[in-house]
Structure formats: C-alpha cells, structure tokens
Design a protein around this ligand. Sequence first.
Ligand code: NDP
Length: 688
Amino acid sequence: MLDTAREPRRLKSYVLGDWRAGEGAGKPLAHAATGETVAFIGSDGLDFKGALDWGREVGGPALRKLTIHQRALMLKEIGIRLMEMKDAFYDENYATGATRKDGWIDIDGGIGTMLTFASKARRELPNTRVLTDGAVEPLSRDGSFSAQHILTPLQGVAIHINAFNFPVWGMLEKIAPSLIAGVPCLVKPASQTAYLTELVVRRMLEMEILPAGALQLVCGGVGDMLDHVTGQDIVTFTGSASTGQMLRSHPAVIANSTRFTMEADSLNAAILGADAGPGTPEFDLFVKEVVREMTVKAGQKCTAIRRVLVPREHEQAVIEALSARLGQTPVGLPDDENVRMSALASLKDRDSVRDKIRALQAEAEIVSGNPDEVNLVSGDAETGAFLSPVLLRCDNPMGATAVHEVEAFGPVATVMAYGDADEAVALARKGKGSLVSSLFTDEPAVAEEIILGLAPWHGRVLIGNRASAKSSTGHGSPLAPLVHGGPGRAGGGEEMGGMRGVKHFMQRTAVQGAPGLLSAVTGQWIDGAPVRSDRHPFRKSLAELRIGDQIITAAREVTEEDVEHFAHFTGDTFYAHMDSEAAKANPFFDDRVAHGYLIASFAAGLFVDPAPGPVLANYGVDNLRFLTPVYFGDSLKVRLTCKEINPRENADHGEVRWDCRVTNQDDEVVAQYDVLTMVAKTWPLPAE
Ligand code: NDP
C-alpha cells in the first residue's frame, strides 16, 4: 500500500545551471488520495529574467551547434534511460491520484512520445541545422534569381507552462519537438503535481546528455518571467481557458508578438452513428469508450469525452448501458489493484468539479452517480479527492449552453439526443472548437457526412468501428505523429503532428537570391548553382563528395527494338508503346513512345559507375516525372548532380540525394527525379 512514511521534500527549480529552492518553506502539496503532504513548492526570489537569458545565451547556441539528428539522438538516449528507471516515477505518480494504468499514459506514454519524435526526426528530417520548406521557386526567366523557404530555430526560449494532469507526458511531448528544433526549454509544471515532473527532470539532468542551458525547470510560480519575453521566445500553455487568456494577453507577449500556443478547455464529443444501435459492435465499442474516457485518470484528461451524442431512438439504451458499467467502477486508493478509478488531483479540484456539475444541472439531470457520495473500496472520502462517475442527460441540447461550455474536469459526461446527422454535427459544433471528437459507425456515408462536418471544429477526429476495434488507439490518446490541439475554445493551438510540431519552434523565411548563394545557405544544390565535374561522383566517398558534384553522360539512342524488347521482357505492352494507330489517337502522343521506366532504366545505365565503390545501394527515387514523350530515334543523355548529403550519425554511411535530369537531342527534359542512394563515409569501408 501507499508509502506514507516518506518525508515530504522541498522542491527545487533548476535555473541558471543550478538547483535552487525559492525563498521560505514553500507551499505544501497534498497527496491526492490521502491528503498527506508530499512536497513543498515555491519559487519566490528566483531570477526569472536571468533564467531566460541563460537559456538564450547558453542553451540556444549549444543546441544550434548540433545537427537535427544529433539532437534527436540525445533524446533517444535520454528516453531509453528514463524507461529503465520508470518504476520510481510510477511510485511517485500514486500521489497524484493516478492508478498504475493511469500512470502508463503519462509515464510510458510521455517517454514513448519523446522516443517517437527522436526516431521520426532521424527518418524524416535531414541531418542538418537548417531545414528547407517546399520546392525552389524560380523567379526569373534565365534562372539567375530564385527563392527557397527555409526553417531555422528561434533564438529564444520555449517556456512550457503545463497542466497538472500529465506531469510527465505534458512535459516530454513539448520539450521533444523544441529540443529537436534547437530551442532550449524552460518547463513550468503545474504546482499540484510538480514533484513528479521535478523527479523526471532531475534524472534527465543527471544523465549529463543535454548541453548546459538546454533544459530548465521552475517549480512554483513564474514570477515576472513573462515581462521579459521577446519575439524569439515561445510560450506554450496547457490549462484553464481563463489562465490561458490572461497569459496570452500579457503586455510583453502582445508587444513582442511572442508565439503563444494554448491548449485549454475542450468539450469533446463522442457520437453514436444512427446505424449503430444496440446489438451492433459499434454500440458496444461506443459504450466502452465513453466509460473508459470518463474513468481513466478520473476523467482529468483534456481529451476526455464530455458530451455523449446519440440518436434519439437509442438514447435510453445508451444511458442504461453506461449507467450499468459506471455503477460498477471500483473507486479507491491509486495503488490498490482492485481499483479502476482513483482520486482527482486535489480536494480543490474535486470541489471545482462538484461546482461544475451543479452548473450542468441547470440544464441536465443526473441519471447515474452522485457527486456528493462515493462508495470506496479503499481510502477515506474525507481526506482523498474521490468522486463517483456522474452521468447527466440533457433534454434540450440544441437550446442549452452550459452542457456545451462548462468543462467539469473529472469523471463527468452528459448524454444528449440528436435527430439526424446535421443535428449531431450542430451539437458537436456547439462546443465551439474541441481537441478531439469521435464517431462510432460502420456506415461510410455516415462517416463522410459527420466527419467532414466536424473537421473544421477539431484538431483530431476518430472513427470507431468493428474493423479497427482491436487496433484503434482510442478517442483519448494524442499520438506523437498526429496533430494535438484544436480551434476556438480548445485554445487555437496545435502541437505534435510529427515533424510539424518541430517546425512550430522554427522561423520560416523566404530567401531570395542567385542559385549559387541559395545553395550555400541551405546546403542543398539547386539548378543554376556551381558544379564540379572532376571525376565520376560515384567514385567519391562522403569524405570527398560535395553538393554540386556532377556527371553529364554520353548520349544513347532509343530504338524500336529497345521498346519491343522492354515490352515483351517486362510484359508492359500498353498500346501507346506497341500500336502506332492507337498511339496517334491518344491526345498526348504523335506515335508510339518509349516506356517511362525504360527511360529511367537507360538513365541508370548511362550514369552508373559499375565497379565496386563507395555507392552502396540505391534505395529509391522521389518525384519521378516523365515530361516529354520519347519517340524511336530520340537520343537521351543524363545530367546527375549531387543535391543533398546526409551523413548518418551512428553508421559508416549516409544518404545522398542526386538530381537526375534526362534530356533529348533538343535539350528538352524528358524525365526528372531524385535518385536516392546510400554512400560510404570512407572508401574502402573500414574492416569489420
Ligand atoms: P490553470 O490554468 O490554473 O493552470 C495551468 C498552468 O498555468 C499551471 O502550470 C499553473 O501553475 C499555471 N499558471 C496559473 N496561473 C499562472 C500565472 N498567473 N502565470 C503563469 N502561470 C500560471 O489550470 P489548472 O491546472 O489548475 O486546471 C484548471 C482547469 O483547467 C481544469 O479544471 C480544467 O478545466 C482545465 N484544464 C484543461 C486542460 C486541457 O488540456 N484542456 C488540461 C488541464 C486543465 P500553478 O499550478 O503553479 O498555478
């Protein structure tokens, strides 16, 4: 059972390269389920301006010296080591009122999210310090003036003001994209559960993997910190809409146009499709999901289902099914294995949820649960912040407001009946913007109509049905590769979404200039930039290869025999290659044409240097386009230019992208694409 013998500890902040306690004894933080003091918190007297300067002047430059892959590898290493020590985090997590299962979302989920970012960054982003965004924009007829959008890390600090409900995930899902982008972080966890965040940050800093200044922590208030933000800083906020609006309108945030991302109250809906009546797998999945979302973390999830929208004819059946399950939820101490739902984070939160239920009761009646009574399997209802799951029903949801606007941040949801799909969408939209909503249907037409109706009001929507029942990650789980955040009431912010999340911490800049200079800025060769043709680039290892290294091949004629041979050899006897009359009737061709893949194959035959050498493998092509038809007798040649070099951090090779342009005897481009290869860092390869 709970370790209540442990001495409460005074939480410290990590700023300006040191662990520092605020002045005085600090404010006591109570165990959610027992009420005992677990820690003291306070940050009075800390130098908040100094902390921001430290991040900008020490952390930022150190991070920016590293490439994206090097930053990602640091996070991978940290993530692996945090996983090894996670039991200690689970022990600490009980004090927040989270069961072991709740902790899995926060702790394993948080570390997993960071590891996913670390892995996606190395797979999807180049190993550089600057990113390009989109294609080169030609701005002149003669190719002497072009533009390229680039992304560079902002040179301020990412200040992450987090909510109490996910002390680990809330921190890691935000620092991962910031640090990969090259922006130092200052994490300010919500006080109520800051002891767990502090423990994790302590362990991370003890690893001595991150450069100095890359990660700071403030346990307690942020004092005058926001007075000192600049246009290079970013503030991300998760919590109540009222605090978020206040911080967003801070004079310094406004004056400096400081980027401010907000994730606040969200009245997420789950919709049962009209086709998904009792007896269907979708009905059962829906009921299970609503119960799960109401009880996991005692409903203290920003993504939890608050509004249960059901076809009028199935309303009673849904209420009965939900009530039956909710009534059987064992509530008690978080480390009691018989318990499914434990306490809210604090007595204050429980009181606030009770107040919100009373506000909802102005428009809805309670159909299951009692906010003032809880049957516990363990623990004490006086000292622990326990609450029964409470289900309400609103009779006139189209005319109601509170049920769409009051977020009771606990195990509380309201059932509302709808007439048709339009009404279901209209009700969901009354939430004025949500993080997520879900639809349970097996009917494609229902999915199309409702999801397209919901999408503009949501950051994420999930469709549940029998086909995905086993594999679905569920309504409430934000995933690292997917956008998290939502418009309107949900705060208007957007987080994660894979590498989109990294780019939120970078500045997009359109750079215009001559190709050679653009190429020098981005590290990528573009058409018109200088080239070097000293020897075949396939003979060069990464130690010698440079962008702009080029080969222009000899010409090769394409004959009718070639096309016939290729057609019969591969089985591709499409009429445009085989039948002159039919080809002429085709609006794109004047006669029989060569296969596009024959052209690409001939191109390889022209540019490849066959002997063993530093080019280890060809792993594909990107953006392959056949631009001009090739007729019998045409003569093709290839210009192959080294466009981008990505050395792998932990391997003897790297990826090289080659610009490949195939032209005919009239210098028309017949095919264009990027060839992707693996090239050894040195040649010959080091002995095993
Ligand atoms: P708050 O808005 O009070 O706190 C959120 C964060 O802001 C905390 O880190 C808090 O720190 C900090 N904060 C509060 N005041 C200031 C300030 N003046 N300057 C700088 N930082 C400040 O929300 P709570 O965590 O108390 O939750 C309240 C409600 O918010 C919940 O009941 C729920 O309705 C909603 N909520 C919504 C979430 C969502 O993602 N949709 C997530 C969590 C909560 P400190 O704790 O030290 O005060």
